[in-house]
Design a protein around this ligand. Sequence first.
Ligand code: AMP
Length: 398
Amino acid sequence: MSMKNKMTVSDLDVKGKRVIVRVDFNVPLDAEGNITDDKRIQGALPTIRHIIENGGKLILVSHLGRPKDGFEAKFSMKPAAEHLGKLLGKEVILAADVIGEDAKAKAAALKEGEILMLENVRFHKEETKNDPAFAKELASMAEIYVNDAFGTAHRAHASTAGLADYLPSACGFLIKKELDFMGKALDNPERPFVAILGGAKVSDKISVIENLLDKVDTLIIGGGMAYTFIKAQGHDVGTSICEMDKLDLANSLIAKAKEKGVNLLLPVDNVVGKEFAADTEAKTVPSDSIPDGWMGLDIGEATIKIFSDAIKDAKTIVWNGPMGVFEMERFAIGTKKVAEALANSGAISIVGGGDSAAAVEQLGYADRITHISTGGGASLEFLEGKELPGIAVLNENK
Ligand code: AMP
């Protein structure tokens, strides 16, 4: 994939230059507008610091939430700009608009080392349409474009991709880190390479499974998606979540794994419940004897042992998706144990964004994981082997 040799912000001379950086400051806010989790802002700090310490004139651009079209106070970048200012101990100037008079005047007045945050780029519907005229207006405020928003790198929008048509471009350190860890794991992994997939549906992860079958030594499948495979193998799955139209596909994936010598591990036992409820009656049963009227809600103890053993022997591990209905305490054990096995392994461990990243963080294992991806959708597309448009457009090192 041509995503490996991308220019990084440190390859460019930013002194005295206006540098527009697409960041992912799409942070969660409470009802009072307070930021409840600043991870995404923290994640952009290395790129931000690098630019201001090297005399760049920094212009930040991000989206936040899903505004309709035009300014809406509740989607303003104000809290994010103020929070960034606190983290840096430095003023972050907030523009009143995105490509309007105020933004342009403030961008033109920037001095070396100063920071301007534009308003929410999605106040213009042209952003998500990747409108060239809009991208050109944005680009006119700067001399260099840096993309550091991994979370939106799978979208070709004006600020995530279009800007590269008008400005010399590079990736920031956050995207660089994602490329280094995930790229290396997929292209040149230390073996054994074990992938763990979970979550609700097979249909969401078909391309991921297909791509990984060409790369991994062991593929572990847990969570709701396992029941489609168990059913495909001729076992009843009771009322478990199961995609009846994907049984042939599941069988062909099982055959493909065999053909490629990939060790495909499915649950051998399951915690089943009468209903999809936290306080339902529950018991553990083998995968070939899930009783009528019961649904699989978590992997069982024997499965946890098999999965953990495979994880223990791995040198590279990629994980995406929970092993059960982890939102309910009683059915979170499989997910917790897999997170624990990952944390205790000496392997290079990579956790895709979303639920599995949240699980690892909640359990306090985050600092024992090599890399937790900052983008759910983007990391999934990366695992599918797709070229992410927001990265593909950036200049390459010669
Ligand atoms: P995904 O977004 O595809 O990663 O799926 C995550 C969701 O899958 C979580 O909300 C889990 O509750 C759900 N999930 C995991 N295992 C099961 C299961 N056995 N039955 C139903 N839902 C599940």
